[in-house]
Ligand binder design. Sequence first.
Ligand code: FAD
Length: 433
Amino acid sequence: MSESDFDVIVVGAGCAGATAAYVAASAGMSVLMIERGNFAGAKNMTGGRIYAHALREVFPGFESEAPLERRITHERLALMDAESSFAFDFTSAELAREGADSYAVLRAPFDQWLAAKAEEAGAEAIYGIAVEELVRDDAGRVVGVRAGEDQITAQAVILSEGANPLLSERCLGNPRPKPHQMAVGIKQVLELSSGQIEDRFLLPEGEGASMLFVGDCTHGCVGGGFLYTNRDSISLGLVTTISKAGDASNDTPVYQMLEDFKRHPAVAPIVRGTTVVEHSGHMVPEGGLGMVPEMTFDGCVVVGEAAGLCMNMGYQVRGMDFAVASGRMAAEAVVEAIGRGDTSKAGLAGYRARMEASFVMRDLRTFSNWPATMEGWDTLFSDYPTMAREAMNALFVVDGTPQERLMRRMMPIFRKRGLLRLGREMRGALKSL
Ligand SMILES: Cc1cc2nc3c(=O)[nH]c(=O)nc-3n(C[C@H](O)[C@H](O)[C@H](O)COP(=O)(O)OP(=O)(O)OC[C@H]3O[C@@H](n4cnc5c(N)ncnc54)[C@H](O)[C@@H]3O)c2cc1C
C-alpha cells in the first residue's frame, strides 16, 4: 500500500470532491483531485442556494472570502396556474442567524474557490481529464484510477462524480438510478443591476430572496420552478422529472417550459429587460433515501450526488450541504483508515457510521416517503394551483354582485374536488413531510 502514487485520489472537483480533497490534504495526506471540466465548476450547475452550516464546519469564517452572491433572508413559495399566482412570503431574522444562514451562489466562481482551498492545503489538481475507470486488483479492491493513458494508484479513492454516476455503476456495481428518481433541471442566469434586484424583490441592500414555484411553471408536471437573487443577476429555472419530461403525453420540451415560465404574469415583471448571460442544464437525483446506493467499498467511498444525496422538498432544495458534509466525513474516515493501514471496506466503515449519525442520513430517512408522495400527487401541480386561484378570487374579488358569506363561496370550490380526497391528500403529504 505504501507504494501507491498518492494516499488519496478524488474523482470530481464539485462541492463534495473539493471539500474531501481539502480535508484529506489538510490532514497531511498526499491527494490528487481529477476533474474532467477545464476548471472546477465548468460543468456544474445548481439552482442557487447553499445552506451554510456544513460549509462553516469545514471553513469557519468562509463568509469573508467565499464568492457568495447574497444571503437569503426572504423566502417565497408560489402556487401558479396559467393566469394566477398564490404566493406565501416570509422573512425573519432567524433566516440570517449564523448557522441557519444560506447564500445564493454561482457554481463557476464558487467551485473554483473551493478547489483553490484544496490546492492551497496541498492537494494536486488535474483539470480537463476524465477518469475512465476505477482500477481494481485481483481481489477486486479499488487501487487507483485510469485516466487516458495514465494509471494512477492510491490507498483510497473518493468518488465524487456527481448526478450521473457512471463509474459507480460500471466499476462498483451500484445500480443505475431509475428514471422516476431523476429530474432534469434547466436554468438561465439573467443580468439585472443590484438596485433593480432590491427594488423588484423589496430587499434591503445586499440581502437576497429565494422563490420556489409549483404548477404552471412545469406545465402541471411533477417538479417546480426556482428563482434566486445573485449580486447583479438572478438565477431562474425549473426542474421536472425525467420520466415526465420524456413522456409522450407531455408535448412541451423543457426549454419551452422555461420560456413560458418567463412569460407568466407573476414572473414577467421580474425578468423584464434582463439579458441572458448563462444557460445550463443538468440532472438532479430526487429519489431520496430510496436511491442511496452502497457508499463504502474496498479502497473506495462514494460521496455527494454520486451517492444520491439530494433532497427536493418543494419548499427546500438541498444537495450542496449534503455534498460538502459527505465529502468531509468521507475524507475524515479515509484519513483514519490510512492511519490504521486498513482501507478495506471494513476499515472505511467510519464513513458510513459518521453519515448515519449526521443530518445527512437522518434527514433523508425522516423524509424518505416524500419523493413517492410527490410523484403520486399529480393534482398538486395541476388542480391545486387552479383551486388556489378560485379560492383567492372568492376572497378578493369585489364586483358589485351581492356577496354570499365566505364559507358559502369557498365550500363549493373544495367540494367539487371531493373533501375526502383533499383531506386524504393533505394527510398523506403531512405524514411524509
Ligand atoms: C437545477 C438544479 C437546482 C439545484 N438547486 C439546488 C439548490 O438550490 N441548493 C442545493 O443545495 N442544491 C441544489 N441542487 C443540487 C446540487 O447542485 C448538487 O447536489 C451538488 O452540486 C452535488 O455536488 P457534488 O459534488 O456531489 O456533484 P457535482 O457538483 O456535480 O460535481 C461532480 C464533479 O465531478 C466531475 N466528474 C464527473 N465525472 C467525472 C469523471 N469521470 N472524471 C473526472 N471528473 C468527473 C464533474 O465534472 C463535476 O465537477 C440543484 C441541482 C440542479 C441540477
